[in-house]
Design a protein around this ligand. Structure first.
Ligand SMILES: [Zn+2]
Length: 220
């Protein structure tokens, strides 16, 4: 089954809304995943530019219920604090990345003033415990290696991979508790076992598919 993203916003069934934004100095992909029927949405990795993200959410007539992170690096959560304050959304991350959240080298205001240190999470994201509200359900896959608490989210043929897997590349494993063997094992055992047509929505750069990365990713 082919799923094609032709534009910034695509309804990928009758009720789900998906919007991709590229934010901040490290060009992080922020995803809005919403439900037309409930008017609720969640944000995956709002890295910076909180006001631009909120404007997009408003344009889509959605309310932010959850803010979730694929991992603790500042370029993926630098807008969490402002968006949470403005919307009252609950913020979640895997508990194994709490230390990364506090110590990431990206919390250097002199270098990256765009990234705000996030607040304490309201809930922890756990392997195999889905995140859901009316009209939206994301499966959680723990994929340690880029950081100890890196996770991927899977919904309706879409896989949000954070910095675990990119088109033609993989995440760094040399900082913040990263581990190359763990990263490769996570990708092979948790991601490459998903349906080949699964569309990869990475934390940076263009989309891909599981089949394409199995066949062409030079790191795997
Ligand atoms: Zn990262």
């Amino acid at each position: 089954m082919a799923f094609q993203l032709k534009s910034d916003m695509t309804s990928f069934n009758t009720s789900l809304i998906l919007s991709t934004m590229v934010v901040g100095p490290l060009a992080t992909n922020t995803y809005i995943v919403g439900s037309q029927s409930s008017g609720q949405c969640l944000l995956i990795d709002p890295g910076a530019e909180a006001n631009t993200i909120i404007a997009k959410v408003n344009e889509l007539n959605l309310n932010v219920t959850y803010i979730i992170n694929t991992h603790g690096h500042g370029d993926h959560n630098g807008a969490v604090r402002t968006i949470k304050n403005l919307t009252g959304a609950e913020y979640g991350i895997n508990d194994k990345d709490i230390q990364v959240l506090g110590t990431s080298a990206l919390w250097a205001p002199s270098i990256f003033p765009e990234y705000e240190r996030p607040p304490n999470p309201d809930f922890y994201i756990r392997d195999a415990v889905p995140i859901e509200f009316t009209g939206v359900r994301l499966e959680v896959l723990e994929t340690p290696g880029h950081t100890p608490g890196s996770v991927c989210f899977y919904a309706q043929g879409l896989l949000f991979t954070g910095d675990t897997l990119f088109k033609n590349s993989i995440g760094r494993y040399d900082i913040d508790g990263g581990n190359r063997e763990q990263l490769i094992d996570s990708i092979r055992s948790k991601l490459f076992t998903l349906p080949p047509e699964t569309v990869i929505m990475p934390g940076h750069g263009p989309q891909s598919t599981i089949e394409t990365e199995i066949n062409h990713n030079p790191f795997l």
